[in-house]
Design a protein around this ligand. Structure first.
Ligand SMILES: Nc1nc2c(c(=O)[nH]1)N[C@H]1C(S)=C(S)[C@@H](COP(=O)(O)O)O[C@H]1N2
Ligand SMILES: [Mo]
Length: 423
């Protein structure tokens, strides 16, 4: 009975007329007057004719089947296999500041360890008064805290050093995620073991097949590091280090040891693989920068971008992107539509949290002419995100890690975007 064809002609013409009137009342650009009745309004769609699945159809809910693009993606030629590899967060599909758990980028050196929490232990040994072993249950009995932090791999944007390469912010900037962690301050666990006066460094070790290790200065360990077991309210995902990971706010992702099994207190750094031959910046003169822990301020426009072209033609449009700094918050982001000749202050929206991702918007009327889009983050210390040219002047061409240079997207008359550099 609710078949659209049974609508009277007068009802039908009313719907057509009101759509046209709506168009006239609005800006005249966003809402289009329609010559013919809109089937999306007058036809009964299947979801109005049949009952939907009941509760418990999916005990763990999944995105709408129409949302197929918000997935992690990899770049096959980057690594020899999938076990020691990386995939990327679909930044162009997201909004706000939180990365959903299922699409947080993954970086593993020996695959993701699937750990039975009942058999997981965290050991603290070395220069401590009382070596300790904690079960997961023990850890849950310490006071816990909640914090939103970004995790950025130091190699994020690394493929872009020599010039524009990968077409999409997912690939150029997607080695980052931003989630709310629940965990125990590392300080509390170290206090339990009693760090001796010469205990100035910490070696964090993973329980995965890679057994990844990193040296962390005691100052940072006692400051804001967490031993986390939840992300965005639920247990860590296997890929993100279930059941326990180290959170090292603002510092390079490599130090955030997943599947955390051991913390050794020592009097000097260990200089293991991940802090010497890897995650070290080789300068032009052959010197290497030692311990580049903090991730400097950075930003990227996520929409429009190569994977998210402008499809609606000229007129009102929303430009958006994300910014972050390992040194604090991002009070300001500027954007340019003309490759840096004119800068406009973007609108920040959403919580502005320490060492977290921030969201910015810039709304403007697109006249349909080509654009050279860039964003420039300014953090709470006053630091301004550099151009790629400025970075290369100081760091040379050999670097991979810590590329926080300004990204440029070229947008053509059709709204298609491409990764470019402006000289
Ligand atoms: N145990 C362990 N921890 C690890 C790694 C690893 O391979 N094994 N990879 C590191 C690297 S290089 C990064 S960038 C981050 C990635 O975290 P994610 O997989 O949650 O994105 O984890 C770090 N911690
Ligand atoms: Mo990394």
């Amino acid at each position: 009975m609710s078949d659209g064809k049974s609508f009277s002609p007068s009802r039908r013409s009313f719907l057509t007329a009101s759509a046209a009137a709506g168009g006239a009342l609005a800006s005249g650009k966003l809402v289009h007057a329609q010559a013919a009745p809109d089937p999306a309004i007058i036809d009964p769609q299947p979801w109005r004719q049949y009952l939907g699945p009941g509760v418990d159809n999916a005990p763990y809910g999944m995105p709408s089947p129409y949302e197929t693009e918000a997935v992690r993606r990899t770049v096959p030629w980057l690594t020899a296999d999938q076990v020691s590899s990386i995939n990327f967060t679909p930044l162009h599909e997201l909004d706000g500041i939180i990365t959903p758990n299922g699409i947080c980028f993954e970086r593993h050196h020996g695959g993701a360890a699937e750990i039975d929490p009942a058999e997981h232990r965290l050991m603290i040994n070395g220069l401590v008064d009382t070596p300790m072993v904690f079960t997961m249950e023990d850890i849950m009995r310490f006071p816990r805290e909640n914090h939103v932090y970004f995790l950025e791999c130091a190699a994020n944007t690394g493929m872009e050093w020599a010039g524009a390469q990968l077409n999409g912010c997912q690939f150029t900037h997607g080695m980052i995620h931003n989630v709310q962690y629940t965990g125990v301050p590392l300080r509390l666990l170290l206090e339990e073991a009693g760090v001796q006066t010469n205990g100035r460094w910490l070696l964090a070790e993973g329980a995965d097949a890679a057994g990844m290790t990193r040296s962390i200065p005691m100052e940072k360990a006692l400051d804001d590091c967490l031993v986390a077991f939840k992300m965005n309210g639920e247990a860590l995902r296997v890929e993100q280090g279930y059941p326990l990971r180290l959170v090292v706010p603002g510092w390079e992702g490599n130090m955030w040891i997943k599947w955390l099994r051991r913390l050794e207190v020592g009097d000097e750094p260990w200089h293991h693989r991940e802090e010497t031959s890897k995650y070290t910046d080789l300068l032009e003169d052959g010197d290497a920068r030692r311990f580049t822990w903090v991730m400097d301020a950075k930003s990227v426009i996520t929409n429009p971008s190569p994977q998210a072209p402008i499809t609606h033609g000229p007129g009102p449009m929303v430009l958006t992107g994300v910014a972050w700094s390992g040194r604090g918050t991002i009070p300001r982001v500027d954007v340019t539509l003309d490759g840096g000749r004119n800068w406009h202050q973007a609108r920040m929206s959403g919580p502005s949290l320490d060492k977290s991702m921030h969201r910015f918007y810039y709304e403007f009327d697109w006249d349909g002419s080509p654009l050279l889009l860039q964003s420039r983050a300014i953090d709470s210390t006053g630091y301004v995100q550099p151009t790629k040219e400025q970075l290369r002047e100081f760091r040379g061409e050999n670097s991979i890690y810590h590329n926080n240079g300004i990204q440029t997207w070229y947008v053509n008359e059709n709204g298609e975007a491409e990764n470019v550099e402006v000289g």
